[in-house]
Write a protein that binds this ligand. Structure first.
Ligand SMILES: NC(=O)c1ccc[n+]([C@@H]2O[C@H](COP(=O)([O-])OP(=O)(O)OC[C@H]3O[C@@H](n4cnc5c(N)ncnc54)[C@H](OP(=O)(O)O)[C@@H]3O)[C@@H](O)[C@H]2O)c1
Length: 391
């Protein structure tokens, strides 16, 4: 069997490292062509030494000397800067993992889609801010986008494309995060270290905070709309604290199909890596007799206003999802650096989109300008909130 040629964008992150760990279990089946990271040049050097790609790219030019020195004499080509990351996406790999966090992943994800690669998509923000463009690019190039987000990967596994007109509803499950049962007063006083302790999943910082505010589920609603061509009204969100049922599809005959598994990203990554086949991966297996019970409850819109913001952004469309996602990135970073409180994340995201209003989104330039303007406005709200002092 010829090895599948794969590239990992965001290789030093949580999804990136999990992808490489699955690949490492099957060295004969995969050949790593390129790796790309943001700032962690030392980790990228280690990964490149182990996986021997043709090309290693670091976005932050400050990491270039470490990368160059660390890989000297290996024959691995190295480069730095955002163009180098996009170049990694263009290298000749039939399969690309898009696992850069935030809007920073947009250009490289789109570059892989435009050249017709199979794209395993973890970088949900790129689909949130440029969903129509991304899906149109995939149709034009023949690129297959395979969802890696566990919920969308679950839906992908149980969505019967042969009778898509019989699909009534997608049901996205949500763990509810660490503050599922917390009062608003309690949430107002939350510090970053607490918000970073997710009850079920071990993930990067930004998505962990997004899970705590439930903005993550809001972004996933928009992601699901684009991936499965379903209207927002046909996508429900259901809190499921055990994170065992990863999502569900309801059909016209009343059947509800679900995908279950332990909360381990290596499973959806393996599904995407091997598709349309299946790959064996090590890990804890699901034992429902140990889990014992599966609980479900509706989300609380009062304590988690991010959900309504995302739903509204999806309804209004145009530039609004891009603006919401960018404002949220700014607010999450401000919360992590303790400039604003936890509840102010959604406030700032909401105030930013309210100030900017919506507007048409015709191309990538509009996405970029919506992103830039939202970051400027959100930063002003952050400054005001930080100046007002502790809440
Ligand atoms: N973690 C999960 O379980 C999970 C589940 C579902 C979906 N996702 C999605 O997957 C994406 C990645 O999440 P994560 O948790 O893996 O995040 P993470 O641990 O924070 O990793 C982010 C990765 O992106 C890289 N990066 C950041 N800025 C970059 C830039 N400008 N150019 C190139 N690379 C850049 C980082 O590099 P450095 O570390 O070197 O700076 C790192 O490799 C997010 O969109 C997230 O929503 C994650």
């Amino acid at each position: 069997m010829t090895a599948k040629r794969v590239t990992v964008l965001g290789s030093t992150g949580s999804v990136g490292a999990n992808t490489l760990s699955v690949i490492a279990e099957h060295p004969d089946r995969f050949r790593v062509v390129a790796l790309a990271a943001g700032r962690n040049a030392a980790a990228l050097v280690q990964q490149a030494q182990s996986f021997r790609p043709d090309f290693a790219a670091i976005a932050d030019p400050a990491g270039y000397p470490t990368l160059k020195e660390g890989l000297a004499g290996t024959g691995i080509e190295v480069a730095a800067g955002p163009d180098a990351v996009a170049e990694a996406a263009r290298r000749d790999a039939g399969w690309v993992m898009a696992a850069i966090a935030g809007a920073a992943g947009l250009e490289s994800t789109l570059a892989a889609v435009e050249r017709g690669a199979v794209v395993a998509l973890a970088n949900k923000e790129s689909l949130v801010c440029a969903g129509e463009l991304m899906m149109a690019a995939a149709r034009a190039s023949g690129s297959m986008i395979l969802p890696v987000d566990s919920e969308h990967n679950a839906i992908f596994q149980v969505f019967d494309d042969r009778c898509r007109e019989a699909v009534r509803r997608l049901i996205l499950t949500a763990s509810g995060g660490p503050f599922r049962c917390a009062s608003r007063d309690r949430m107002a006083a939350v510090r970053p270290a607490e918000a970073l302790r997710h009850p079920n999943w071990d993930m990067g910082a930004k998505i962990t905070i997004d899970s705590a505010t439930m903005m993550n589920k809001g972004l996933e609603l928009i992601e699901a709309h684009h991936l499965f061509a379903m209207p927002g009204e046909a996508i429900d969100i259901l809190v499921h604290p055990q994170s065992i049922v990863h999502s569900m599809v309801e059909y016209a005959d009343g059947s509800v199909l679900a995908q279950l598994g332990t909360p381990d990203m290596r499973t959806p990554i393996a599904v995407a890596l091997a598709w349309p086949e299946r790959l064996a991966v090590t890990g804890e297996r699901l034992d429902l007799s140990v889990v014992g019970r599966l609980d479900f409850e509706p989300p609380d819109p009062e304590r988690f206003p991010a959900l309504a913001l995302a739903r509204k952004a999806l309804e209004r469309g145009g530039r609004e999802p891009a603006a919401l996602s960018a404002a949220n990135e700014v607010a999450v970073a401000a919360f992590l650096s303790e400039r604003i409180g936890f509840l102010q994340i959604a406030d700032i995201a909401g105030n930013t989109v309210a100030e900017l209003g919506s507007g048409p989104l015709a191309g990538l330039d509009d996405v970029r300008s919506a992103d830039r303007e939202a970051r400027e406005v959100a930063e002003r709200f952050v400054e005001r909130a930080a100046a007002a002092g502790p809440r």
